[in-house]
Ligand binder design. Structure first.
Ligand code: AMP
Length: 279
C-alpha cells in the first residue's frame, strides 16, 4: 500500500492507472468497521481503491470539536493495508488549503435543514473538501455511509449540479452488536455515556414497530418523549423527513420514501443516527 501526502505525488501515481476503475473512500480517520465496510464495497466494485484521511477544518463549526477529534493515522494505515487497499491520501491542511477556500455551495432545502441548521457552514466545508478530492483523484466511484444520510444526499446533488462523472455509492449503517451506530466519536464516550447512547438506536428500532400502528405525528412524539425521558441524554433534533428533499412530512402517505434523523448529545459527545420508515 502506498501512502501519499502531496497532490503531486498522488497524481503521478494515478496517471499510471487512468484506464482502470478507481474507488475513493473519503474519511476523517479514526477508522472503524463502518469505514472498512465502505472500503470493502469499493474493493469489490473497482480495480483500485484509494482512501483519503483528512480531518477537514472547514467543516467544523465548533473549534473544540475539531481539536478533540480523534487522530490515529498509524493505526488507520495498518487497518487499511490489511484490507488490501492500494492507496492512502493523507495530506496536511496546507496541502489542501494553500489559500483559504472561498467557494460557496448552496443546496437548499437539503443543506438548510437538520445538520444544516445546527452546524452552520458544515455542509459548505464538506462540499469544499469533497469537491477538491473529486477533482484531485477523479475516481470512477465514491463511497459514503448512510450514517451521514444528509451528507450523502448533498454529495449526490453536488455531483449532479457540478457535472462530476462519478458514481456515488451509499452504503448501509454498520452497528455494534447492541445497535449503537459505529462512529469515530464513540471512542470519546465514557462507559456510562455509551450505555445511555444505546437508547438512541434502541428508540429508533422500537419506533419502526410503533410506526406500524401509529400516525407519523404519534411516532415523532414517541421518539422525542423516550429520548427526553433519559435525563442523561440531550436531544438536539428528531425529524421525520422525505428521504430525497429532507423536508419534514406530516403523514405516512405523504411520501414514498421516509426516514427519521436524530442528533443527541450523550455527555458532550454529539451522536447522529437515522432509521428508514419507508423506502
Ligand atoms: P467520517 O470519517 O466520519 O467522515 O466518515 C467517513 C465515511 O464513513 C462517511 O461517508 C460516513 O458516512 C461513513 N461512516 C461512518 N460511520 C459509519 C457507519 N457506522 N456505517 C457506515 N458508514 C459509516
Amino acid at each position: 500500500m502506498q501512502v501519499f501526502e502531496t497532490i503531486e505525488a498522488l497524481q503521478n501515481e494515478l496517471a499510471h492507472i487512468k484506464d482502470k476503475s478507481l474507488g475513493l473512500v473519503p474519511t476523517m480517520g479514526a477508522l472503524h468497521q463502518g469505514h472498512l465496510s465502505l472500503m470493502k464495497q469499493s474493493l469489490k466494485d473497482n480495480d483500485h481503491t484509494i482512501v483519503s484521511i483528512f480531518v477537514n477544518p472547514t467543516q467544523f463549526n465548533d473549534p473544540k470539536d475539531l481539536e478533540k477529534y480523534p487522530r490515529t493515522l498509524e493505526k488507520d494505515c495498518k487497518l487499511i493495508e490489511e484490507l488490501g487497499v492500494d492507496y492512502v491520501f493523507a495530506p496536511t491542511v496546507t496541502e489542501m488549503y494553500p489559500e483559504p477556500d472561498t467557494r460557496v455551495f448552496n443546496y437548499p432545502p437539503q443543506d438548510e435543514v437538520m445538520e444544516g441548521k445546527y452546524r452552520p457552514g458544515h455542509f459548505n466545508g464538506m462540499c469544499q473538501i469533497v469537491s477538491k478530492l473529486f477533482a484531485i483523484v477523479n475516481p470512477t466511484r465514491a463511497y459514503f455511509g448512510e450514517k451521514d444520510y444528509q451528507q450523502l444526499i448533498i454529495v449526490k446533488r453536488m455531483v449532479k449540479e457540478l457535472g462530476f462523472d462519478i458514481e456515488i455509492v451509499g452504503c448501509p449503517i454498520l452497528r455494534e452488536k447492541d445497535g449503537l451506530a459505529l462512529s469515530s466519536r464513540n471512542s470519546l464516550l465514557s462507559a456510562e455515556e455509551r450505555k445511555n447512547a444505546l437508547d438512541i438506536s434502541g428508540t429508533l428500532f422500537d419506533s419502526v414497530e410503533y410506526a406500524k400502528e401509529h400516525s407519523l405525528k404519534e411516532t415523532l412524539g414517541y421518539v422525542v418523549n423516550r429520548i427526553n425521558a433519559n435525563t442523561n441524554l440531550e436531544l438536539q433534533y428528531f425529524e421525520i423527513v422525505d428521504a430525497d428533499t429532507l423536508l419534514p412530512v406530516s403523514d405516512w402517505s405523504e411520501s414514498a420514501s421516509i426516514i427519521g434523523c436524530i442528533t443527541v448529545f450523550s455527555g458532550t459527545v454529539r451522536l447522529i443516527d437515522n432509521i428508514k420508515y419507508k423506502s
